[in-house]
Design a protein around this ligand. Structure first.
Ligand SMILES: *[C@@H]1O[C@H](CO)[C@@H](O)[C@H](O)[C@H]1NC(C)=O
Ligand SMILES: *[C@@H]1O[C@H](CO)[C@@H](O)[C@H](O)[C@H]1NC(C)=O
Ligand SMILES: *[C@@H]1O[C@H](CO)[C@@H](O)[C@H](O)[C@H]1NC(C)=O
Ligand SMILES: *[C@@H]1O[C@H](CO)[C@@H](O)[C@H](O)[C@H]1NC(C)=O
Ligand SMILES: *[C@@H]1O[C@H](CO)[C@@H](O)[C@H](O)[C@H]1NC(C)=O
Length: 374
C-alpha cells in the first residue's frame, strides 16, 4: 500500500545560518586552518592505529556529509507523509559519536520552515497535498568524537515533491466547512466547483491517527440531487488531533480536482442555541439571566454574547453587544419608555480551544411585553 513517490533528489551547496527556532544549533564553522589540522590528525590516527580505532583523542573531520536516499512516502493518509533517509557513507564508526538528523520542512499551513531533530532516519509530518512539499535534512554529529562540539553537515540533502494534481481546473469543491453541533453531530459541507459536471459523483475521505487507512464518508448529505456534505455522528471523529479530509470524485469526463483539508474537530464546535432568557427590571437596571442547554461542551469553556436592541419612541433601533463569561448580565435601564429586547448566543472560549463557532442567537426576550417581534 505504501508507494514511493517520484522524487527530485538534489544535494545543494553551502547553506546560510540555520533557523533560530531550533535551539542548540551550532553551525560548524571550522576555519581552513582548523580543518587542515583536523584532517592531518585523522591521517595520523589512521597511520598510528592500524586495524583498529580508538576515539579517545580523535576528532571527526568536518567534512560531514548530509544524509542519502531522501524520499517521501505517502501511506495514503491524505497529507500525513513519511520522510525517510539513510545515514551518509562517511559516518565514523564510533560508539562515542552521537548521530542525529535535522529535518527541516516547509510548513505550508503557516508558510514557514519548521524543523525537528531526531536520532531516527524517518519522521512523519502533515502536509497540504495541494502545495509543493519541500524538505531538507542535515547530519549532526556530537559526543566525545567531536570533542563535545556539535558538528552539522555543511550541505543538506533536499527534496521537493509536487503532489500529483489531476482533474480539470475549477472542479474542486468550494466553501468547505465543518460544524460540530454541540459535540453530537459533525457536518462538513461544500459547494460544487464552477466547472464540476452535473453527472460528477463527489466523494469524501477522511483519516486520523486512530485509523489504519482512509475511510469514506459514512453518510452523505444530499441537496437538490447532489452530494453537498458528509455527516459524522457521535464521537466518530476524535478531538485534539488532526483529521485529514479529501474531497475528490469523478465524472465520465474524468477525475475532479481533489481538495485537501486538515482540521481539528474541537475548533469547529457550535454550541446549541440558548432557549431560556429571563429579563427582570430593577429600579434602575435590567438583569438578564439565561440557562444553557445541558450536555455538550463543558460550561466553563463557554462565553456568551448578549445583544440588546433598544427601540425608542421614534422607532429608531440601536444595537449593543456585551461579552460575558457569566450566565447573567446587569445593564442600566435607559428609559422606561424604550422597548428592550435581548438575545444571547454562546461560543467556546479560546482558553479551551483555539477557535469556536458562535451558536445561533436565542429568540429575543423583550421588556415591556414578551412580544418577540420588534
Ligand atoms: C556540498 O555540495 C557541493 C555541490 O553538490 C559539492 O561540490 C561539495 O563537495 C559538497 N560538500 C561536502 C562537504 O560534501
Ligand atoms: C565498526 O565497529 C564494530 C565494533 O567495534 C566492528 O565490528 C566493525 O567492523 C567496525 N566497522 C568498520 C567499518 O570499521
Ligand atoms: C511547485 O513546484 C513547481 C516546480 O518544482 C513549480 O513550477 C510550482 O509553481 C510550484 N507550485 C507551488 C504551489 O509552489
Ligand atoms: C479519492 O481519494 C481516495 C483516497 O485517497 C482514493 O482512494 C481515490 O482513488 C480517489 N478518487 C479519485 C477519483 O481520485
Ligand atoms: C450572576 O452569576 C453569578 C455567577 O455566575 C452569580 O454569583 C450571581 O449571583 C448572579 N447574579 C444574578 C443577579 O443572578
Amino acid at each position: 500500500m505504501w508507494k514511493v513517490l517520484q522524487i527530485v533528489l538534489e544535494v545543494v551547496g553551502l547553506v546560510g545560518p540555520l533557523p533560530e527556532h531550533l535551539n542548540e544549533v551550532t553551525v560548524a564553522t571550522a576555519t581552513t586552518k582548523e580543518r587542515k589540522r583536523e584532517q592531518k590528525e585523522k591521517k595520523l590516527d589512521v597511520m598510528m592505529v592500524p586495524g583498529g580505532r580508538t576515539h579517545d583523542q580523535k576528532h571527526f573531520s568536518p567534512a560531514l556529509e548530509p544524509p542519502k536516499d531522501l524520499a517521501i512516502l505517502d501511506p495514503g493518509f491524505l497529507g500525513y507523509l513519511e520522510i525517510v533517509w539513510s545515514p551518509p557513507a562517511n559516518l565514523p564508526n564510533a560508539t562515542q559519536c552521537l548521530t542525529r538528523y535535522q529535518l527541516e520542512y516547509f510548513d505550508t499551513y503557516s508558510s514557514k520552515w519548521s524543523g525537528v531533530r531526531t536520532p531516527l532516519t524517518s519522521h512523519r509530518v502533515q502536509f497540504d497535498l495541494m502545495k509543493n512539499v519541500s524538505v531538507r535534512v542535515y547530519t549532526l554529529l556530537s559526543g566525545p568524537c567531536t570533542n563535545g562540539k556539535m558538528i552539522t553537515s555543511k550541505n543538506y540533502t533536499k527534496l521537493v515533491y509536487k503532489p500529483p494534481r489531476t482533474g480539470a481546473a475549477n472542479t474542486e469543491v468550494q466553501d468547505f466547512v465543518c460544524v460540530n453541533y454541540n459535540m453530537m453531530t459533525i457536518e462538513c459541507t461544500w459547494q460544487r466547483g464552477a466547472k464540476t459536471p452535473d453527472n460528477a459523483q463527489q466523494r469524501l475521505y477522511f483519516w486520523h491517527k486512530n485509523l489504519e487507512r482512509a475511510q469514506e464518508c459514512p453518510k452523505y448529505i444530499i441537496s437538490r440531487g447532489f452530494r453537498s456534505g458528509c455527516q459524522f455522528t457521535g464521537t466518530s471523529l476524535p478531538l485534539f488531533t488532526d483529521v485529514n479530509i479529501c474531497v475528490n470524485g469523478s465524472s465520465p469526463e474524468g477525475p475532479l480536482q481533489a481538495k485537501f483539508i486538515s482540521l481539528q474537530i474541537q475548533n469547529h464546535i457550535k454550541p446549541p442555541t440558548t432557549e431560556k432568557v429571563d429579563v427582570r427590571a430593577g429600579p434602575d437596571s435590567l438583569v438578564i439571566a439565561w440557562e444553557h442547554p445541558v450536555g455538550g461542551a463543558p460550561e466553563h469553556c463557554l462565553e456568551w454574547e448578549v445583544e440588546r436592541q433598544l427601540q425608542g419612541p421614534d422607532g429608531k433601533t440601536t444595537r449593543e453587544l456585551t461579552l460575558t463569561t457569566q450566565k447573567n448580565l446587569t445593564l442600566p435601564s435607559v428609559n422606561q419608555k424604550e422597548k428592550n429586547c435581548f438575545s444571547v448566543r454562546s461560543k467556546l472560549q479560546n482558553y479551551c480551544v483555539e477557535k469556536g463557532l458562535w451558536s445561533d442567537w436565542s429568540r429575543p426576550t423583550c421588556l415591556p411585553g414578551n412580544d418577540a417581534a420588534l
